[in-house]
Design a protein around this ligand. Structure first.
Ligand code: 13P
Length: 253
């Protein structure tokens, strides 16, 4: 039993007031089931304060990005050691918004993944195809390229404590979710690719689905054998919506 991880990627949303209300709701309703882990990833300025708000609760803390460098003259960047210092256990790397908007290549993503590991963070590696790539039959080739770039950089052992998130770009923030069958097919493919390097790591790793996950579609997705939770954007900003997704996971345990 791998258990479920329900992770909230708040993206560039929040304020002290909004975060207080959101976290109070999440902490108050967090499932007691140890097989359903909750994680919140606030924007950088709020990580410390959200860390204090979740103290003593089972909710975990993560960041949305990390520098590939460990320290030095990199204005505006944040090192993995700093994220550990402020209490992060996880960090998202290679989100499609960073790949598309900030120009992060698979090689940069691999460097960030490596930097996260060196700092003792658990990377959540995002992979996923655009609509154009899906429609032209390139989905698996895109996933292979994104995943192999990191596998070649850190080896399969680097995935021991990592998480993978399959986030089809066409499903992010659109209200269009991949069907459970579409998602399962790609998740299975990801696990098989890992299996070809190490069956133990492949069996153990959590593969999350992300892209318009809501309370009413979460159970259909999470009930598939290779879907181990979700990386949630919009629905992570309201505690009731986020908890409804966590409850869907709990109902499957
Ligand atoms: P939405 O849940 O808003 O579609 O966002 C998904 C996402 O990008 C999480 O990282």
């Amino acid at each position: 039993m791998r258990g479920y991880l329900v992770a909230g990627n708040w993206k560039m949303n929040g304020s002290f007031d909004a975060n207080r209300a959101l976290v109070a709701g999440i902490v108050g309703g967090a499932p007691a089931d140890v097989d359903v882990q909750l994680l919140v990833c606030p924007p950088f300025p709020y990580i410390s304060s959200v860390g204090k708000l979740i103290e003593g609760s089972p909710v975990q803390l993560g960041a949305q990005n990390v520098s590939e460098h460990s320290s030095g003259a990199f204005t505006g960047e944040t090192a993995g050691s700093m994220l550990r210092d402020v209490g992060c256990d996880f960090v998202i790397v290679g989100h499609s918004e960073r790949r598309a908007i900030m120009g992060e290549t698979s090689s940069i993503v691999a460097d960030k993944f490596k930097a996260a590991l060196s700092a003792g963070l658990k990377p959540i590696l995002c992979v996923g195809e655009t609509l154009e790539q899906r429609e032209s039959g390139q989905t698996k080739a895109v996933i292979d390229e994104q995943l192999t770039a990191v596998l070649d950089a850190v080896g399969i052992d680097g995935f021991e404590d990592a998480v993978i998130a399959y986030e089809p770009v066409w499903a992010i923030g659109t209200g269009v979710t991949a069907s459970p069958e579409q998602a399962q097919e790609v998740h299975r493919h990801i696990r098989e690719l890992l299996e070809s390097r190490d069956a133990g790591v492949a069996e153990k790793i959590k593969i999350l689905y992300g892209g318009s996950v809501k309370g009413d579609n979460a159970a259909g997705l999470f009930s598939n054998p290779d879907i181990d939770g979700g990386l949630i954007g919009g629905a992570s900003l309201k505690s009731d919506d986020f908890l409804a997704i966590a409850e869907a996971a709990t109902s499957l345990c």
